[in-house]
Design a protein around this ligand. Sequence first.
Ligand code: ATP
Length: 256
Amino acid sequence: MSEVLLELESVTVNFGGLTAVHRLDMNIESGSIRALIGPNGAGKTTVFNVVTGIFRPTSGSIRFRGREITRLNPYDIAAAGIARTFQNIRLFKNASVLDNVKVGRHSRGKSNVLGALIRHPGFKAEERDTTEASLAALELVGLSRKKDELAKNLSYGEQRRLEIARGLVSEPALLLLDEPAAGMNPQEKQSLLQLIKRIQEQGITIFLVEHDMKFVMTLSQKITVLDYGREICTGTPAEVQADPRVIEAYLGKEVG
Ligand SMILES: Nc1ncnc2c1ncn2[C@@H]1O[C@H](COP(=O)(O)OP(=O)(O)OP(=O)(O)O)[C@@H](O)[C@H]1O
């Protein structure tokens, strides 16, 4: 049995009278690729938001590498080793590709503003380290040649890969991808699939929300299915596809 990296225990998230996530238990094994699927509004993004500290759960607990992270703020959660991308592209469009990646390194930085202003030696060493790590992340996502381009001049698929590079540069143990394949053409999806596998080979655990079923079934070791905030099934792609509760949850609903 491999070690559990992320553990959700009876996590509930209420928004006023609405229960977006209801007593969710989840164990994500270190080194695995886990998908979270479910019809629109099932609570998937809310799960990402509580894991990354954007929302606090109403009740329940979240542990990462055995450490309680439930009440930490997003910055401390990032520093603990969890990175994410968002459903909608969030890049600095008028900044270079390289600078967009460097921004992702901030959760590891130790130097303060004063160190930057006086060009303290520690700051310079950190700058060098940031640039090297950013170039390595760009290499991994296949964007090295475009490092000096403005982000806005990249194609849609490249912009999404740039966001992944920005997540990787903090050297996370866990990478959360929110609908990474959304809006991509078949070639872009294929190259994304290969990229996610390469990231996993680097020892990074992947947790993704994705509507493209073919993509999810090809990539994931295990899938958790949510419906109205409740887990209805967790299993291998074959187990999930054969589960009547999953078929029922999707019947008559837009799969996306
Ligand atoms: N900040 C919020 N305030 C109030 N309600 C919210 C908030 N965020 C999400 N919700 C509600 O919680 C429920 C779950 O939303 P969530 O975005 O997590 O679903 P999802 O599974 O990610 O959906 P989609 O596949 O459409 O992105 C929905 O009913 C949504 O309207």
